[in-house]
Write a protein that binds this ligand. Structure first.
Ligand code: NAP
Length: 247
């Protein structure tokens, strides 16, 4: 597995499975040196297996742990360098009705999805500003705008990501750094397989295209936002949801 060279580095969190795995694969095909992250050695092994001999590396990071994020950036400094493209994909759910939601459920989702995304982003900014180039792509969800019973913590976290991204886009626009959001609808991954059969059927019934999306559908949008031809797009939220929500 090679490291960096003259290729732009794309850092993708949560690349061991689901949407992140598809994004990492796509960005590798697009010519980036891809750094994919997972929370465990087994996850890193899955990334290595998927990305094969391409210009890539797999690293452990746990978004809720500031030391783990610092260690990742230190490793990057000593290997491929800081990312030109940062895809904040990793995210979690811990569903419950609001009345029954525990502090642990609320805090874990907000800490991983929002604070973790901030922890990952801040160390990437200095080198992007110096290079006068950067692409930050944050994964939200259709749930940020639609809401969903049982997912108030998740909806709050994704709405926060969208607000953060718009502010960051304004702060960084003059430096040629774009910040955009991709907001998927129902995509077939481990995360959605946790939904009950009834929840999945209810959601499917509301999708005008009549089917769940694939991780590759989301990866295509991320690929475009990472490439030079999207240079004039910043502060946008791109829905990838089969028409589920058009607001
Ligand atoms: P997934 O299949 O559950 O995969 C989650 C990924 O995040 C895994 O690679 C996992 O690593 C990593 N991860 C989990 N907890 C982490 C932590 N604390 N620190 C660092 N990494 C962590 O999820 P997905 O369905 O692909 O979703 C990816 C993104 O899209 C998420 O932000 C999600 O909210 C968003 N999204 C998904 C859908 C959907 O329908 N699937 C819809 C809208 C938005 P390990 O393998 O090591 O656990």
């Amino acid at each position: 597995m090679s490291e960096g060279g003259s290729r732009r580095v794309a850092l993708v969190t949560g690349a061991s499975r689901g949407i992140g795995a598809a994004i990492a694969t796509r960005l590798l095909k697009d010519g980036f040196h891809v750094v994919g992250t997972a929370t465990s050695e087994a996850g890193c092994a899955a990334i290595r297996e998927r990305l094969g001999n391409g210009s890539s590396q797999a690293e452990i990071v746990r978004l809720e742990d500031a030391d783990s994020v610092a260690a990742l950036y230190e490793k990057l400094e000593n290997t491929c360098g800081h990312p030109a493209v940062l895809v904040n994909n990793a995210g979690i759910t811990a569903d419950n009705l609001s009345m029954r939601m525990t502090d642990v459920q609320w805090n874990s989702v907000l800490d991983t999805n929002v604070n973790g995304l901030f922890r990952m982003t801040r160390p990437a900014l200095r080198s992007m500003m110096k290079a006068r180039f950067g692409r930050i792509i944050n994964l939200s969800s259709v749930i940020a705008r639609m809401g969903n019973p049982g997912q108030s913590n998740y909806a709050a976290s994704k709405a926060a990501i969208e607000g953060y991204s718009r502010s960051l886009a304004l702060e960084l626009a003059s430096r040629n750094i774009t910040v955009n959001v991709v907001a998927p609808g129902l995509i077939a991954t481990d995360m959605t397989s946790e939904l009950t059969q009834v929840q999945q059927e209810q959601m499917l019934a509301r999708i005008p295209m009549g089917r769940a999306g694939q991780a590759d559908d989301v990866a295509s949008a991320v690929s475009w936002l990472a490439c030079d031809s999207s240079a004039y797009v910043t502060g946008a939220t791109i829905p990838v949801n089969g028409g589920l929500f058009l607001g």
